[in-house]
Structures are given as structure tokens and as C-alpha cells.
Design a protein around this ligand. Sequence first.
Ligand code: PLP
Length: 469
Amino acid sequence: MNSVLQHDLHDLENILNQAKQQGIDFLNNLEHIPTSNKNTIDPTRHLNELGLGSLATLKEFNERLAPLMVASPGPRYLGFVTGGSTPASIVGDWLATIYDQNTQAVKAQGGTSALIEFETIHLLLQLLDLPNTFLGGFVTGATMSNFTCLGVARQWFGVQSGKDFAKNGISETINILTSTPHSSSVKTLSMLGIGSNNYTTIKTIEGNREAIDIDDLEKSIQSLNGKPFILISSAGTVNTADFDDFKAISRLREKYNFWWHIDAAFGGFAAVSEKFKHLVEGWEGADSITIDCHKWLNVPYESAFYLIKEKHMSLQVETFQNSNAPYLGNPLENFNYLNVLPENSRRLRALPVWFSLLAYGKEGFQDIVENSTALALHFANAIIENDNFELLAPIRLNNVCFTLKGDHNQENVSQFLTHLNDRGKVFMTPTVYEGRKGIRASFVNWRTTENDIKIIIEEMKESILVLEI
Ligand SMILES: *Cc1c(COP(=O)(O)O)cnc(C)c1O
């Protein structure tokens, strides 16, 4: 063993204690750490011949890199849809690294990590009140979950005309219908060889909505003359957290032959609250569902899962079967994650979620969801009361889409947001909604409180004053 490594091995306890203490310091100080940082590094460091060892490396990290880290797990980081990490999720994440299992087969030689993943999916189905006709697994994010689900949908489409696209490639146009797809679903169409231009956009419901217009959808379906198609629907659009009408889509299923996918990356968590559950009513009829855990479940990156109906397992295996592993035998009998999703080697990504669900239970997540949605309303009310701002859309769940009041101020929106973000107390992201430049604030972090809203509003007022808008 190399002498530096040997030294590290002997010093393991001290090394991990220092890392632990640093974690405690960072997390306890999160409220005071800026949400943005303009300093950068020159990323061309040379690689030293002789290793520094863990502690000297930690020292360099603390000098050069740690000061650049932003408070993205903190309470006022409202950009994109950014969750934080709860204590239990951090424990699960650390232990996933420590135990370093390669989570693949259920009947592996030693190791039950795949069964822990099964158990975690089983717990998630209970949290979301979904039936166990779904099987699921963990991937890095909702993008990869959309990729996994739509990959199986692509195979399903081919099978409708007796083709095996996974083996022979795509040999006919795949009909995709969608209304307000997340950009990652469009990217997925590119990655799957379907083509990011090759989908039909269905109208949204009139009147400040991002949800699919069911009549327009049915018209498009009828123009396909009985041909199969894939429907990508939304449970929570990023601008206004709008939901497609899943009960209406369920009724269409009785008449038409299609694969129904729901991107519920964050909106799926509406299911954990009695107040918002109606938004996902009927979603159990879908063939596949995408859900992120590193957003509203507040576990660290990278964590998401797919749910695909068990009856589609053979299509899923056709799509992802790892042909270099003949010793696995029948993949349906000898279940192995490497045959049903993109990755082969995989960390025990389920563990942070398993810890979170046991530690906080149904009630814990219901409280997080209801707190986030109450704060979104609270923030929206403050915007309505302020003469400098206006809402661009009603508040349906946890996202607030607003802008500077008046069309004459459209040219000031980017400057305002840049200034606000640069001040480092809050972070939001720009958007365009119904042709107008706007700003999005998404509430999913478990730490956010009313006091944070107060700070954010003060910061917004200050920015207006400084910029003389
Ligand atoms: C965030 C998000 C995605 C992409 O998720 P990643 O975890 O960033 O890959 C997809 N769809 C929706 C609706 C999202 O909010």
C-alpha cells in the first residue's frame, strides 16, 4: 500500500471526524451563507506527483473551494425547484457511501441492497398512495427517470406494429402528444433517437393555464386514425405548478390505445396532503411516472425514481437488458436492476430516501408540503400588496411566477433579478410566461419559514430602491 494511503488508513477516525465537524458547521451556518457567489477559480490546477493525504487536501478544499459554495440547500434558495437535505437523508447518504454497495441483483451473492431499494419503493408507494401494480427503481434525477420511462414507451410503441426498436432501431415515426413538457422530456426524445422536434403540441386550457386541453387532445388523437401514441403529461409544470386532468385522461384510455407517462417530478408530492391530493386524482392509471426525491423529499442530489407498471416488465427488460450478462439467466425471474434501467453499477441511492421516510413518516412529509404551499401563498400575497410587482399566474401549489409591474418594466426584469440574486440573500430563476419576462420562486425546502419571506421581501424592496426602478 502506498504510504500516503497507509497514513490515511491509520488516521481514518480523525479524518472522518474533521469532515463531520465541517458538515455540522456548514449546516448550522446555512442561513448566513450567501445564495450566490461571484468569485471563481482557475480550474487548471496541476496534479501533484506525491499525494497530499486527506487532511492536507481538506485544508486546500477549505482554502480554495469551500468559500465558493452557495447555500443551495438553504431556506432562501428558491431557484429552479431546489430541495435541501434533512438530517436523516444526510445520514442515509453518508452511509450509502460508507457501505458502498453495488445495487443490482436481488438474489446476489451476499448483499441485500436491491431489496432495500424494493422496500424503499414500497414505502414511497404508500407515501404517495399509489398501488403496488407499479415497480420502481432509483436513477440520478427526473431527467433520467423520464428517459427510462419513455425508453420503455418507445419499445411499447414498436411492439404495437410487431417491431423491436430496442434490437433493430426505430423504423417508423413515433407519435408523441404533449402540452407543456418539461425541457428534460424533450431532451429525452433527442437521447432516445425519437428527435426533439418530433412531438405534437396540444393546446393548453384557455385562461392562464398550462394544463392540457382535453378536447384538443382528443382531436389530435382522432387525426391519428387509430394509430398508437405516447402521451407525456404533467403533474406540476415548473412555471405555475399546473396539473393535467388525470381523470379525463383516464377516460380517454378506455377509448384509445396509448402509453401514458406522467412527469410528476415535484408535483407528485401533492398526493401526500389531503388538501392537494385532488390534483393527482386518477394518476394511478398511468403506465409510467417520474418523481424526483432531491426536490420536495429533501434528500441530497442525485435522487429520483421511476414507476412503471409491472405488466410492462418484459418491455422494460427488452429496452435495458444488459446483453453482456448471460449468466444472469431469465431477467424476469432473476431480477437485476441493471436489466431494467440505464446504469449497470449503481450506488445504494435508495438509502437516503429510506432513512427519510422512516425518520419523518407520512406526517413529516405532509407538513413539509403544506408548509411550502402556505409559504408560496404568503409570498404571493406580499407580491399582490406591493406596487412594484405583479403575479403572472395564480398560485396552485408551491411555485410563484411573478414580474415587475407594468409592461414598461419588462426591460428591467433581468437587471432586477441579477441584482437581487447578487445580494446573496435569496436566489430565484428567470422565466418567460405567456410572452412576458418573469421570475420564478419555488418553495420546496423544509427549512423555509415566514421569517425568510420577510427577509426576501425586504431584499426585493431594497433592490427596487437601489436600481431606482
Ligand atoms: C426538475 C424537473 C425535471 C428534471 O429533473 P432533474 O432532477 O433535474 O433531472 C423534470 N421534470 C420536472 C417537472 C421538473 O420539475
